[in-house]
Design a protein around this ligand. Sequence first.
Ligand code: SAM
Length: 208
Amino acid sequence: MATFSRARETWNERYAGAEFLFGEAPNAFVERTAPRVLAAGRSVLCVADGEGRNSVWLAGRGLTVVAFDIADVAVAKARAYAARRGVEVDLRVCDMESFPFETTRVDAVVAIFIQFLAPADRERAFARMMASVRPGGVFLLEGYRPEQIAYGTGGPGVAENLYTREWVERTFAGWEIVAVDAYDAVLSEGRQHAGPSALIDVVARRPG
Ligand SMILES: C[S@@+](CC[C@H](N)C(=O)[O-])C[C@H]1O[C@@H](n2cnc3c(N)ncnc32)[C@H](O)[C@@H]1O
């Protein structure tokens, strides 16, 4: 619990200003992928959604969106942003451990740069997130690859928290991996993700 309150404090400090740490625009992978795999009316869970750039954009496309983040400062900004955009998002202050994945069923989980999870906690967290996706639903994941450490342009700076293709294939074993793209790109997502970056994008579909 001490770890969680420290994480909340750290992230709240980062989110304290009026500016959006990762920008107001949706993440590019979400923007290009969601319209292909999610029709209006579908339900989405945005995990560790920060200031709401992705959840608000998805709600604006007619999706029913639940989102949570550990940082209450970020969630307050997300609520104000949703109001400003005239969309409804069920925005909650919650940490990964406490979120009720077990009783949540959605058509998609969207997890963008949630690499605060060390391997020891990550496997269980992914199992819980994946269990909340309905059969036939999708998981959209973007994160950094270990090569990102050399770029130093964003991310936790801890190689073991980053994703490799092998880890993706192991984690989503039994699911249809619709796409797994490892590539480098120049990010411009606020001041926090800026510059050349080593990325990996995953679209996986739960069988059924
Ligand atoms: C790199 S940011 C990404 C935010 C958002 N997904 C985006 O792409 O704009 C990571 C987010 O994880 C949140 N976070 C950190 N630890 C968490 C935890 N244990 N449970 C839930 N959220 C957490 C932080 O508050 C932060 O908003």
